[in-house]
Design a protein around this ligand. Structure first.
Ligand code: C5P
Length: 226
């Protein structure tokens, strides 16, 4: 493609967002978090009381929706029909709802079209992060990274980000790990564009790596690819 596209895919908690934000800053690329778009649509469906297992209603909803991602402080700011919903998208309820709306082919079709147009029109080139960027959205991406880690390591990292009190810790850690495993299972087994590494993706298993090691490796790969 004419535009430089770095695709980053992998399961929840593998470090995609951190790596994407770093690469975007380091190489001056636009960072686009596709998961935030599924979250925004899930929010709209939830607000309107649309059942998350109704493909026809959700696909119809996409036709009257605009979702824009703009550069934020590391993460994207998300405009849903012009309204800044960034602060509403990371609750457990919306996280679970996003996972459920993302299985529907009509929803994915709409998302992929929007993501392609955002990627193609970015003059700087983009880092696009998600589950199907290297396999479906941009199969001709300049570089594809697939980040993975054991489910325990991913649960622990998510848990550490929440910063809860010691009393709640053990239970929280287990429930976060269970949630992640359930979302992965849904992503990996859905019929349309299941989560999997593209054949030509560079796989990085971060289970035993420090954050700095992961960032160094990703940076070197992008350096060589651009
Ligand atoms: O990456 P994030 O956790 O924000 O994504 C939320 C949900 O959106 C994921 O659990 C996944 O089911 C879905 N998703 C997807 N395809 C993408 C990005 C996210 O199906 N490209």
């Amino acid at each position: 493609p004419s535009s430089r596209i770095i695709a980053i895919d992998g399961p929840a908690g593998a470090g995609k967002s951190t790596v994407a934000a770093h690469l975007a800053r380091h190489f001056g690329l636009l960072n686009l978090e596709t998961g935030a778009m599924y979250r925004a649509l899930a929010l709209k469906a939830t607000e309107r009381g649309i059942p998350l297992d109704d493909p026809a209603a959700l696909t119809a909803l996409t036709a009257e929706t605009t979702i824009a991602l703009t550069p934020g402080d590391g993460a994207n700011r998300v405009l849903l029909d012009g309204r800044d919903v960034t602060a509403l998208l990371r609750t457990p309820e919306i996280t679970a709802a996003a996972s459920r709306v993302s299985v529907h082919p009509g929803v994915r079709h709409w998302m992929v079209a929007a993501q392609r147009s955002m990627g193609q029109t970015a003059p700087t080139g983009v880092v696009m992060e998600g589950r199907d960027v290297g396999t479906v959205v941009f199969p001709d991406a300049t570089l594809k990274l697939f980040l993975d880690a054991s489910v325990e390591a991913r649960g622990d990292r998510r848990f550490l980000q929440t910063g809860v009190t010691p009393a709640a810790q053990a239970e929280d850690r287990d429930s976060i790990t269970r949630d992640i495993a359930a979302r992965d299972e849904r992503d990996r087994t859905r019929e349309v564009s299941p989560l999997r590494p593209a054949d030509d993706a560079v796989r990085i298993d971060t289970t035993a790596m420090t954050l700095d090691e992961v960032l160094d490796r990703a940076t070197a790969l992008v350096e060589a690819a651009l």
